[in-house]
Design a protein around this ligand. Structure first.
Ligand SMILES: C[S@@+](CC[C@H](N)C(=O)[O-])C[C@H]1O[C@@H](n2cnc3c(N)ncnc32)[C@H](O)[C@@H]1O
Length: 311
């Protein structure tokens, strides 16, 4: 099923490129004809009249729509973690480990790549992991709490190799290196019979902008520009801006010398609001440089992979 979707996705892109090339060809041909005729007759080539720009919804109009209950939520309110509550964060960590890894961590050597504050590392330790290490380029909480949470890759290597590696919502937000370089690092410390669990969170998903703590509105990051969001007080985190999830992620995995053994897509169909509310649809199409609403990509909330070393 996934292969079929992938082929559909590629065919759709190919079609768009073909149309664009055809249009470009026709415009060039017309321009050349005009130029040749102008040279022959000695007259000035006609300058093309600019089409009046399509009127886009203003920031004020969008803000008013955003504050209405018509604009669907990105995430059900009850699912938003209270960032001020340590208890909530530990509960979320437990949920993540159960959902993504699901297996018993007893006696496993566990690495959380891009661990953030390290709550999953603490939980994995409590669940009986033999080694539980967290690595991140920016550790916001320096409390070690009996586990190794480090910004130093050499420390990670020293404690490895690892049977179980998790990168939860990291590769779409990777900084200072490419996603493939980060995956190569994961491969470097993965035990020969180990598995890495990757949760991908594409930009094209309904909450791909990570704005839900302050602006819990689906696809707002695809409809409102980064500058406009900034003037509304919303800051986007670094993002690889993946718009073709399956194609992109599969390439990252293969190029890092890894092999996918599982690929699971979690989906929600975008609400009719996004295709029926003209101001929103116009923005969606123009900001994302497409002629049609990208339903196939927009319905992907997350893509989860289990990968192993490829040879
Ligand atoms: C969206 S957060 C997710 C954090 C954590 N996994 C969680 O779910 O709470 C992305 C994390 O990736 C980290 N990160 C970004 N680039 C990284 C890199 N090159 N190597 C390791 N971690 C990185 C960030 O510092 C950030 O903590």
């Amino acid at each position: 099923m996934n292969n079929t979707n992938h082929i559909d996705e590629c065919l759709q892109k190919l079609k768009e490129v073909q149309i664009a090339l055809k249009n470009l060809g026709s415009s060039l041909e017309a321009a050349n004809k005009e130029k040749t005729a102008a040279v022959a007759t000695g007259r000035k080539p006609a300058t093309k009249k600019k089409k009046p720009a399509k009127k886009q919804a203003t920031k004020v109009e969008l803000e008013s729509l955003l504050s209405s209950s018509d604009w669907p939520l990105a995430i059900p309110e009850q699912m938003i973690c209270d960032v001020a509550s340590e208890e909530d964060k530990l509960e979320r960590a437990e949920g993540i480990l159960e959902l993504i890894i699901g297996t018993n961590l007893t006696d496993r050597r566990f690495l959380d790549f891009g661990c953030g504050e390290g709550h999953c590392v603490i939980k994995a330790d409590k669940m009986g992991a033999k080694t539980s290490v967290g690595y991140d380029i920016s550790i916001t909480s320096k409390k070690k709490r009996g586990v190794t949470i480090t910004e130093n890759w050499d420390d990670v290597k020293k404690n490895g190799p690892y049977d179980t590696i998790m990168a939860y919502d990291v590769l779409d937000h990777i900084e200072k290196e490419t996603p493939v370089e980060a995956l190569k690092k994961i491969r470097e410390v993965l035990a020969d019979n180990g598995k890495a669990y990757l949760r991908m969170h594409p930009w094209c998903s309904r909450h791909g902008g990570h704005l839900y703590q302050k602006l819990n509105k689906a696809f707002a990051h695809l409809i409102i520009t980064e500058e406009e969001l900034a003037t509304m007080g919303h800051k986007l985190m670094p993002n690889q801006k993946v718009m073709l999830p399956l194609y992109t992620y599969r390439n990252w995995i293969v190029n890092a010398g890894l092999k996918k053994i599982e690929e699971n897509i979690s989906e929600t169909q975008p609400e009719a609001f996004f295709s029926q509310e003209k101001a929103v649809l116009d923005r969606l199409l123009s900001l994302n440089n497409t002629k049609e609403i990208m339903t196939f990509q927009m319905k992907m909330n997350f893509v989860d992979y289990v990968v192993i070393k490829n040879g």
